[in-house]
Write a protein that binds this ligand. Structure first.
Ligand code: ATP
Length: 457
């Protein structure tokens, strides 16, 4: 496999770009922020929405063996007894006796505080689930938890889905939603948040086919990231050893990404066996056995679970898209985001603020924004405006100049190639649509011409 190329991005550059351009802000920043909680700004919300849409399209829309679900975040507390989270979802923690910082045992080497070198306490277990109360009385009987994963919503609805959709094995349930973990080790921007979003699949299969489906999903999920533009050499598979396997898992692979701080988990794919349906049947007293009408067999399906994080995917995509190069003799920073993911697809830029140019540009803008996320910008020089759009990953800029008033033609300038094509306004929408769908424009529309930024057109 190719070795990863040296990175142009580091966490500091990325955090600064995200904040400056409105991708991601610290949560409740005016109060000093809240540790490991982040707010997605005007561009971040678009990026995140596009990631979720791309996932849903591949996983639900384009498959006939998958259905969607949106379960509630608060679930019956017995769910977490059955799943093992109440008992087992704990990190062993130690505290420094001098500076009182807390550390996850996995994160320290030796027996001294990594921050001040002080003496550490004996480890104690700390449950990562956030606890709250249903109703007005704060007592043990009304305790509920914010879900630490979306998965359980799919397991407890297994029977509902089978009965309401008549889905037959093998089939999956897919869900995107918030999850909450009172994480101990924090830092690394949106890599590890206390509130985050998951995109999870629970794929139900006949036990004897579990291995085959497990291998299928590992390849499928890896391919999805590559399709969205992540370089293959920045992704790797990591198989869990027996010691690393979670209590419910028979086999597990992580898809790791080479983040600026090193290789770390982007998505986990587990063969959960029949653990979940057996546990929920036991705790709920309901039979969660599947009846195969063809073979007249009663089966407890095995579950293959590809579990991805929206925030970690956003971070990986931003890191991978970040680039610096030279355009028109000037250094530029750009995000080479896949067109499906770019928050803004098209920017409309009149060459000057002259009234007749502005009115034509606004007409073009009003038309395009019915079809694409479009930005209008007439502030500062055209070069500065191109750089601003490059930095937020906008794939196409449409420039309206004085000649446009005469010949009703405009220029499309491409972020990645710096190619510029001139074409009739009447062809603009269809051309952009084709380009956004990834079609190369070998044939220019009637009356079109092509050149590179910095060269005379
Ligand atoms: P880690 O070991 O890094 O804490 P995990 O193995 O506990 O992760 P899983 O329980 O497998 O994570 O969760 C599935 C996916 O959910 C992860 O691959 C990741 O993308 C996402 N995820 C989990 N915890 C967080 C978090 N605190 N912040 C952001 N995303 C998370």
């Amino acid at each position: 496999m190719t070795k990863p190329a040296p990175r142009k991005v580091d966490m500091e550059k990325l955090v600064s770009l995200c904040r400056r351009r409105g991708f991601i802000f610290p949560s409740s920043e005016i109060y000093g922020g809240l540790s490991s909680c982040w707010d997605y700004g005007p561009l971040g919300v678009e990026l995140k929405k596009n990631i979720k849409q791309a996932w849903w399209k591949t996983i639900v829309q384009e498959r006939d063996d998958m259905v969607g679900l949106d379960a509630s975040i608060l679930m019956h507390p017995q769910t977490w007894e059955a799943s093992g989270h109440l008992e087992g979802f704990k990190d062993p923690l130690v505290e420094c006796k001098s500076c009182h910082l807390r550390w996850r045992i996995d994160d320290i080497k030796g027996n001294k505080c990594p921050s001040c070198g002080g003496e550490l306490t004996e480890p104690h277990l700390f449950n990562l689930m956030f606890k709250t109360f249903i109703g007005p009385i704060e007592e043990e009987a009304s305790v509920v938890y914010l879900r630490p994963e979306t998965a359980q919503g799919m397991f407890v609805n297994f029977e509902n889905v089978v009965n309401s959709t008549r889905k037959r094995l093998p089939f999956g349930i897919a869900q995107i939603g918030k999850a909450f973990r009172n994480e101990v080790t924090t830092g690394n921007f949106i890599f590890r948040c206390r509130e985050f979003e998951q995109m999870e699949i629970e794929f139900f299969v006949r036990p004897e086919t579990a291995k085959q489906w497990f291998d299928y999903w590992v390849e499928e999920r890896l391919g999805w990231y590559v399709k969205l533009g992540i370089k293959r050499e920045n992704l790797r598979l990591h198989q869990h050893t027996k010691e690393e396997l979670a209590h419910y898992a028979r086999e597990c692979y992580d898809i790791d990404y080479l983040y600026p701080m090193g290789w770390a988990e982007l998505e986990g794919i587990a063969n959960r066996g029949d653990f979940d349906l057996v546990q929920h049947a036991k705790f709920s007293g309901k039979s969660l056995v599947y009846y195969d009408e063809e073979t007249k067999e009663h089966i407890v399906p095995y579950i293959i679970e590809p579990s991805a994080g929206v925030d970690r995917t956003a971070l990986a995509l931003l890191c991978d898209a970040y680039d610096e190069d030279i355009a028109d003799g000037e250094k530029r920073v750009l995000l080479r985001l896949h067109t499906d993911l770019a928050p803004i697809k098209v920017a409309v830029l009149p060459l000057s603020r002259r009234e007749n140019l502005v009115s034509l540009a606004k007409e073009v803008y009003a038309d395009l924004r019915r079809h694409f996320m479009t930005q209008y910008d007439d502030a500062q020089s055209i070069g500065r405006r191109y750089r601003r759009q490059d930095e937020i990953g906008t794939p196409f800029c449409v420039t309206i100049d004085f000649q446009s008033l005469e010949d009703k033609q405009v220029t499309i300038r491409e972020r990645d190639t710096l190619n510029q094509i001139r074409l009739p306004i009447a062809e603009l929408k269809n051309t952009l649509q084709a380009k956004l769908a990834g079609e190369e424009l070998f044939v220019l529309p009637p009356g079109g011409s092509i050149w590179k930024e910095g060269e005379n057109g």
